[in-house]
Design a binder for this molecule. Structure first.
Ligand SMILES: [Fe+2]
Length: 611
């Protein structure tokens, strides 16, 4: 039986195909259309999922849509009436798309996916919750979802047991932890729904000097983690901005203009909202633990991408174990919707052994996107005229590891593309974390940005505790951990006084390229069962250097979605100063490519201005 899950029309559209309860394919639409966070109907992602399974749309038994458009529409109308006539402009802006597409999901599915069978709808937070629990390695667990907003809900909790999922309580719009964070994302000059990561990365540079204003004025944070926003300070319910004039007044001026210089104020604001968010997450988690009595916790929803907050929940030992859906944002809603039909609508049995198979959980390392065979790759390389060498599989890891140890930057394209926002060793750019130059080199020469955020490390699962204060699996980079104390380097007073990026460029540990200014790192642990090629590469690098850790950043440049095809990987390789590219079993060296083709495309680079 095939169930096709779809999420669309808000942010990061995606499709997911489930065969007899197992996820066989999942991908975000942006990877195919090359429009970052594409929110249109995921026609190309659907096409990929069906192709992966080798079936036509007529063989799909159910389509599951990840939210209830009518409920969402009702929220829009009611909010408009509440604030009328103030929200007229935003209302008029939203209406055409609602009336043309968003309310007509069945028609869209028929038209764009050529499917005329049964379409079922799950609620937005049900989809998040299902995506958190059903693929988790737990027989029973508490479930907590937190995001900006779905239909009405902005957060929910409950529990899952076997094939059942029960949501007990919800928090409703406009009171939302996600929207609070997004308001600060907007105010500090970043893009809402994608810049939240930057706010989190900026936080360690600041002091939490605005916590009182946030807690006294902006929100009423309760003991159970629920909150109420003081809407005097926000404009998202009725306007086209996140914050209001009162917000500007409270924090001493207008929002930072995007791309303008960051000041201490933004860093302090970031630190403050991050701490308040962590406090709310902790309170919610404690409350959920008390209410459900469960020992395990599953998380999803955009706020669960806040890996610093997740790690606080883990470190405070509120639950024995925590599992986080890798596509915690709305893309993952497609997974939840499909699994919800399988388990809840159809009442199929769920056994953890079957969910996981050889993997640590049901997401199978999140390697659920398209793969390319060596024949397909060769075809492409031949037509392009690239200079390549075929490396025998058993020599590949060693060959690439040697280049990494020589401080070469390597584009690594292997197997099935990752589902969710992170590159996890299938579409990654890799480097040597021990190199003090690596972080600025990769930022400036390859990603065309100057970033205040360090890169993330990938480390062999069994060696994680040798480098980080962490000893659980973190396959999806959704946890942070301190670099071990014995690997750290103390800062001189002079170095402490540096500002912003300068501060990050000072080596703080023996793995400086992945160590943040507060000595934390966003860790990915790698098991051979999940990604053999990547595991073997890190292991080979470890044998060579004594350090089984690599810098892992997504294979893309700023402003572009992660590469999907060999052609996109090759283009990115040629247009940046990456030294090597490995696609399947083929190795390309920049120095051997045609000079005309290697001349960096400056017009293309100019599009990507610095952070
Ligand atoms: Fe959501």
């Amino acid at each position: 039986m095939y169930i096709l899950g779809i999420s669309a029309y808000y942010h990061d559209s995606a499709a997911c195909l489930v065969r007899d309860g197992r996820i066989v394919a999942a991908a975000q639409e942006e990877r195919f259309t090359r429009r970052k966070h594409d929110q249109d109907f995921p026609a190309r992602a659907v096409e990929f999922c069906l192709r992966q399974a080798g079936i036509g749309a007529e063989e799909v038994d159910f389509v599951a849509f990840y939210d209830k458009p009518l409920l969402k529409f009702e929220r829009l109308l009611e909010t408009y009436i509440d604030y009328a006539p103030r929200g007229l402009r935003s209302f008029l802006k939203a209406m055409p798309l609602w009336l043309r597409e968003k309310l007509w999901i069945r028609e869209q599915v028929a038209e764009q996916a050529d499917y005329r069978g049964k379409v079922l709808f799950t609620e937005h937070h049900e989809s998040h919750a299902a995506s958190a629990f059903f693929p988790s390695p737990f027989e029973s667990a508490a479930v907590l979802t937190m995001d900006g907003v779905g239909e009405w809900a902005t957060s929910s909790y409950g529990y899952g047991r076997g094939n059942e999922l029960h949501l007990l309580k919800e928090l409703h719009f406009p009171h939302s932890l996600g929207l609070l964070y997004s308001a600060f994302t907007y105010y500090t000059g970043f893009r809402v729904n994608s810049g939240e990561y930057k706010v989190m990365g900026l936080a360690p540079y600041g002091e939490p000097r605005y916590i009182r204003q946030i807690l006294d004025e902006l929100i009423d944070l309760r003991e159970d983690g629920s909150l109420r926003l003081n809407m005097k300070y926000f404009n998202f319910a009725q306007g086209l901005t996140m914050t209001s004039a009162a917000f500007d007044e409270l924090f001493g001026g207008p929002p930072r203009r995007p791309e303008s210089r960051l000041s201490q104020r933004e860093m302090d604001l970031a630190r403050s909202v991050q701490e308040v968010t962590e406090e709310a997450m902790l309170r919610m988690a404690r409350h959920v633990r008390r209410e459900t009595g469960e020992r395990h916790l599953c998380l999803a929803g955009g706020v669960a991408l806040n890996c610093v907050g997740n790690s606080r929940i883990l470190r405070e030992r509120i639950f024995d174990e925590v599992w986080i859906q890798p596509a915690a944002g709305d893309a993952g809603g497609s997974v939840g919707a499909a699994l919800s039909v399988w388990y809840q609508y159809l009442g199929q049995e769920r056994s953890v052994a079957e969910v996981c198979g050889e993997h640590a959980d049901g997401m199978r390392g999140s390697y659920l996107g398209p793969a390319y065979t060596n024949e397909e790759i060769l075809d492409f390389l031949e037509t392009t005229g690239a200079k390549y060498r075929l490396i025998p599989r058993d020599e590949l890891a060693e060959t690439v590891a040697r280049r990494l140890a020589d401080e070469k930057v390597v584009g690594w394209f292997q197997g099935r593309m990752e589902f969710g926002p992170r590159a996890l060793g299938s579409r990654s750019i890799l480097g040597d974390p021990r190199s003090p130059r690596m972080q600025s080199q990769m930022n400036l020469k390859i990603k065309f940005r100057e970033s205040f955020r360090p890169f993330a490390p990938s480390v062999l699962r069994e060696r994680v505790a040798d480098f980080f204060e962490l000893n659980v699996v973190s396959p999806y980079m959704l946890l942070v951990a301190p670099v071990r104390e014995d690997l750290r380097r103390a800062m001189t007073q002079e170095e402490e006084n540096l500002f912003g990026v300068e501060k990050l460029n000072v080596a703080r540990s023996t793995i400086p390229a992945v160590t943040h200014v507060d000595y934390s790192a966003r860790v990915q642990t790698v098991r051979r069962e999940d990604n053999a090629a990547y595991y073997d590469l890190i292991a080979a690098f470890g044998r060579l250097t004594g350090c089984p850790v690599l810098v892992n950043t997504s294979f893309n440049v700023r402003g572009e979605p992660i590469v999907c095809t060999p052609e996109q990987a090759y283009t990115c390789f040629m247009r940046t100063e990456m030294d090597c590219l490995v696609i399947g079993d083929f190795l390309l060296e920049k120095s051997e490519q045609d000079e005309t083709a290697t001349a960096a495309d400056t017009a293309w680079q100019e599009e990507f201005q610095l952070d």
